[in-house]
Design a protein around this ligand. Sequence first.
Ligand code: SAM
Length: 297
Amino acid sequence: MLSYRHAFHAGNHADILKHSCLTLILSSLLKKDKAFTVFDTHGGGGLYQLDYQGLVHTGEAEKGILKLLEHISQVEPPQSLTTYLELVKKYVTQGMYPGSPEISKAMMRQQDKLFVAELHNTEIEILRGNLSILDKRKNQTPSISIHHESGFSLLKSCLPPLVKRGLILMDPSYETDSDYEQPIRALSQAAKKWETAIIALWYPLLIHRSQQLDNMLCQVAEGFSLACRHNGDRKVITAELHIAPATEDQAAPRLYGSGMMILNCPYLLEEQLQENLPYLVQALAPSQGSWEAREWS
Ligand code: SAM
């Protein structure tokens, strides 16, 4: 039974990290005219209302994207954050925040192909409705294929894609133990079938899940290096944004930050994140926040 609804959390610090990484990766793919493919394995609803009562109640957009947009009017953001900020601003001025499938749809071109999976019975209908809205600002939209199934099984059946430049974005809700286990197998199989794919895995930072998280990240990196061992060095990085210190609170386990693991990391992405992350800490959590970006060997 899936109970997570992204509408309660849209535009929070975790979305800012994930979606700013996504726009940087898409920008690097857009540098060439050649088509590319994106798999978004956990799509969510695609587009979110900032005045939705559930989101207003959690205050997550207020402490996240709204706070960041306020900060950029006072302190100039780094160049590598501007694509994300410009894109998001267009939605926020209309009272909305774009999810990952909407961001891909907005940035991708006619020659590109977007696959999105969503398992939740209600979310899939919301996603279908949102992705069918025509973008009047854009005369080119990618071909979009929406699947009401598990993103893990979508990868199994659709890889490798016909067009072999591209990205897998994996953003599970981490509601269950299996969300820490399934990415290991799914991504090592994906890397075997589609060696050149850039893979971006989002993960939450929660004290009570730290062992499971370490295990997942180590095994994903190991599976990837085994899958690509005949193909030279492939760069793996993790980038984390911490909005609070990691302190134990058994009564109220809380998300103190999140991270992205990027496999087949595009050229200059690590440097761009090293520029963006300190700015995001200053904007969102100046007294308690911190960041980290490192290459895995
Ligand atoms: N990626 C979205 C974004 O950035 O806007 C947010 C996705 S939300 C964190 C995770 C979503 O995955 C939820 O909508 C949940 O219903 C869905 N989900 C959970 N398990 C899934 C699975 N095995 N396959 C596909 N979707 C799943």
